[in-house]
Structures are given as structure tokens and as C-alpha cells.
Design a protein around this ligand. Structure first.
Ligand SMILES: Nc1ncnc2c1ncn2[C@@H]1O[C@H](COP(=O)(O)OP(=O)(O)O)[C@@H](O)[C@H]1O
Ligand SMILES: [Mg+2]
Length: 258
């Protein structure tokens, strides 16, 4: 015959209460050692289940975000980019910019931390259960182009509009032809003043004609993006190159010492 303990475990399993199940033994110990009553004990157990469900939902939101890496603001070395306004970045992390559907543009050369900061804000959003999606501009355009060919452009545009926060990485690394620029415009226009976008780019706004191959479309895109936006210009050293040089130095030192 099954013991009460075993029957309880079976019930928790059947009800899919994984948090309670995993921590059942510890919770029973706590309930006994603190001499808790029935209601208090049940409260203890249900709190554990709630924490477990919240943590799972956060993990799922971060996974859905499709971030290129898991790096947060706490992993960013502000001393390395002294011209960057740290307080502004910390403010962005509170997500208040999203209340008015403001955009963020990280503008600067390669390796200065644009993708890192865009991802960090995206992860902060996902952790707050704000639906967020990260995609490279070029992949986005390839997807829109394919959808157009398959006569389901509207559906695809709606898909990219459903995310409360969309991160478009590496705008301007590859040129976009006139027709594809119009697809990009449609997406930006659909989200305009409704939902936020974070863009990373290495090209100054004045030169966006060269990305989009059509000055009229480029102008329409720039206008909508910068109208309500925080533009964060990043200069300074490339962290990527610096790390590389550092590891080369360390390697050389070990070679000399051996
Ligand atoms: N200030 C910084 N502190 C810590 N890591 C940084 C910093 N800047 C860049 N990195 C790291 O350097 C690498 C390149 O940064 P990334 O954000 O991809 O640059 P960008 O998008 O501007 O080309 C990443 O691994 C990133 O985490
Ligand atoms: Mg980048």
C-alpha cells in the first residue's frame, strides 16, 4: 500500500506542480521545524510553486527573444566606454521608454558594445515578461522577402508587429535594395508610435541613403525611427579587438615563461 507521502507525490505529479514536488522534502522539514499550521504550511508550498512558475516563464520569454548571447547590463564594463552615459543606459533598462513607444538607436563602429547593450535591454524586457524578439536586419529582410514571394507578407508583418519590443541588429552592414527597403519601411511604419524598436547601426543617419538605395524611402524610414527616439552614439575602443590583444599578450607571456 502506498504511504500518504507517496500518494501526495503522485498527486503533485498529476497536477503538474513541479515546484512543490521538487522541494517537498525541504518544505516538510521547514513545516515541522517551524511548527507551522495547515494554512501556513500550504502557503509555504504554494509560494514555492509560484516562484517556480515565474522562473520558468521568465526562462521561456528569454528563450523566445532569440538573443545572440546572454549578456546583461551588469556584464557591461562602463569604465571601458567612458564617453557613454551610464545613467541613461540604466534608465533604459527600466523600460520606461516603451511606455510612449520610443525607439533606441545604438550608433557606432564595430565592437563598441552596441549588440551587447541592445541585448541587455531586451533581456531586461523579457525578464519583465514583455514579449521581445531579436533579429539581424538582414535576416528580417530575407524573411519579409520570402513571405512576399509566398503571398503572406501581411501575416509576416503582423508577426513582427506582435512583439512589444523588436531589436533589429546590424542595420547598414549590408546594403538593401529599393524593393527590400520598402518592405523594411512597411514594418517600421506599422510599429511607428505603437511599439518600440531598438536598432544597432554603424551608419550615421545622414548616410542612410547609402543603405536603402532610395533617398525617399531612406528619409521615410529615418523620420519614423528618430521621431521618438533615444540616440546613443558610441565611440571609443573596440572591446572585441582589446580582448583579442589581451589574450595575445597573455599567450606571448606564457610562451616566454615556458
Ligand atoms: N564595455 C564592455 N564591457 C564588457 N563587454 C563588452 C563591452 N563592450 C563590448 N563588449 C563585448 O565585446 C563583444 C563585442 O561587442 P558587441 O556588442 O557585439 O559590439 P558591436 O555590436 O558594437 O559590434 C561582445 O562579446 C560584448 O559582450
Ligand atoms: Mg553588433
Amino acid at each position: 500500500m502506498k504511504t500518504t507521502y507517496k500518494l501526495l507525490k503522485d498527486n503533485l505529479e498529476y497536477l503538474k506542480l513541479k515546484g512543490m514536488l521538487n522541494e517537498l522534502d525541504e518544505t516538510i522539514d521547514t513545516i515541522i521545524s517551524k511548527d507551522l499550521g495547515f494554512a501556513e504550511g500550504l502557503l509555504e508550498l504554494t509560494n514555492i510553486e509560484i516562484a517556480h512558475k515565474k522562473s520558468n516563464s521568465i526562462k521561456a520569454m528569454v528563450k523566445t527573444g532569440a538573443f545572440p548571447f546572454i549578456r546583461e547590463i551588469k556584464d557591461f564594463d562602463f569604465d571601458f566606454q567612458p564617453t557613454l552615459n551610464k545613467q541613461l543606459i540604466l534608465d533604459l533598462q527600466t523600460l520606461s521608454f516603451m511606455e510612449d513607444a520610443n525607439n533606441i538607436v545604438f550608433l557606432g563602429p564595430s565592437g563598441v558594445g552596441k549588440t551587447h547593450l541592445a541585448t541587455a535591454i531586451g533581456i531586461a524586457a523579457a525578464k519583465n515578461r514583455v514579449s521581445t524578439y531579436f533579429i539581424k536586419c538582414h535576416d528580417l529582410i530575407a524573411q519579409l522577402k520570402k513571405a512576399k514571394l509566398e503571398n503572406r507578407l501581411d501575416e509576416r508583418l503582423k508577426h513582427f508587429c506582435k512583439y512589444k519590443l523588436l531589436i533589429l541588429d546590424e542595420l547598414g552592414y549590408l546594403p538593401i535594395n529599393k524593393e527590400d527597403s520598402k518592405l523594411f519601411f512597411q514594418l517600421i511604419d506599422k510599429r511607428y508610435e505603437k511599439k518600440s524598436v531598438i536598432i544597432t547601426t554603424n551608419i550615421n543617419f545622414g548616410e542612410w541613403d547609402s543603405i536603402f538605395g532610395d533617398p525617399v524611402t531612406a528619409d521615410a524610414i529615418v523620420n519614423r525611427i528618430i521621431h521618438h527616439s533615444k540616440i546613443i552614439k558610441m565611440s571609443g575602443k573596440s572591446h572585441r579587438i582589446e580582448q583579442h590583444l589581451k589574450s595575445m599578450e597573455e599567450y606571448n607571456e606564457t610562451q616566454i615563461n615556458e
